[in-house]
Design a protein around this ligand. Structure first.
Ligand code: TPP
Length: 275
């Protein structure tokens, strides 16, 4: 029996805790719709999170969940997947969780190519703790800890995962909700480390400091910020710096960690998408 997207959600917990205009709720719905499309049983899905606004997302799902410490969602998720190869593990992280405090875990999970799907909601700042700048805050953007503009360029989360060895990397924005669901489905059906980076809105902090108020202006900013990859490649260099390519950015079939582990150790492991 196919479950409706609402079956994967704790509907009695709605409305959610996030600020109005925040992109997190849009991503929650896209994940629930993706689970419906993939027709997954609730107990075959584990959601692992760290700490942050987006790190609270596991509160809204009826699947299994593991809520850990800031920056450590991927190590927990790795353990969960290795112990239970037959479950789908979704790892929900903010840009702080994934690329700032958790940056080292992030690149190594991609290098290992462990069979997980990471969904990084990149709102360009530390939303939960008051809008401080993170490793993805764009150069010169204003935050509560960079009132005159951050003097460092931001990490490109997708590039980082791709360079480290991820099998599947895709990027979208909170404005492009339908596209987001499709990319999550693709990522979850891909063996190996897959990433969907969602450029998202934080009107309360990032938007307010950077001229995207009211909240709808932050959404309009995202609509312009993400440019489909083929079109992005035609842009002049200056415009490339001000936009992000979206869609599927990397899609390859490098062997995942468990497959290699089994071969090297000549072991049979129970279940799993690894055969
Ligand atoms: C070891 C540790 N350092 C710092 C914190 C404080 N802290 C909690 S959430 C957070 C930032 C969250 O930002 P991000 O991951 O980008 O998620 P968002 O809240 O923007 O969704 C920080 C610094 C913590 N909980 N633990």
């Amino acid at each position: 029996m196919t479950l409706a997207y609402q079956d994967y959600l704790k509907m009695d917990k709605l409305p959610h805790m996030w600020c109005s205009g925040c992109g997190d709720g849009i991503v929650v719905r896209a994940i629930a719709e993706a689970l419906t499309e993939l027709n997954l049983e609730k107990d075959k899905v584990v959601i692992a999170t760290g700490i942050g606004c987006w790190g609270k997302a596991d509160d809204y799902f009826t699947t299994h969940a593991f809520h850990g410490t800031h920056g450590r969602a991927l190590p927990y998720a790795t353990g969960i997947k290795l112990a239970n190869p037959d479950v789908h593990v979704l790892v929900l992280m903010g840009d702080g969780d994934a690329a700032t405090i958790g940056g080292n875990h992030f690149i190594h999970a991609a290098r290992r190519n462990i069979d997980l799907t990471a969904i990084v909601v990149n709102n360009f700042n530390y939303g939960m703790t008051g809008g401080q700048y993170s490793a993805t805050t764009p150069l010169a953007a204003r935050t509560s800890t960079s009132p005159k503009g951050v003097p460092e360029p931001g990490f490109d989360v997708s590039n980082l995962a791709e360079a480290a060895g991820a099998n599947f990397v895709a990027r979208t924005t909170a404005y492009h909700a339908v596209n987001m669901r499709k990319l999550i489905v693709q990522a979850m059906t891909k063996k190996g480390f897959s990433l969907v980076e969602v450029l998202s809105s934080c009107p309360t902090y990032f938007g307010r400091y950077n001229g995207y108020s009211p909240a709808v202006n932050m959404m309009k900013y995202l609509r312009e910020l993400g440019v489909p990859k083929a079109k992005y490649e035609q842009l002049p260099e200056k415009e490339k710096e001000e936009h992000f390519p979206t869609g599927v950015l990397t899609d390859k079939d490098r062997e995942d960690f468990l497959t290699i582990y089994k071969r090297l150790n000549n072991v049979k492991m129970r279940g799993g998408t690894n055969g």
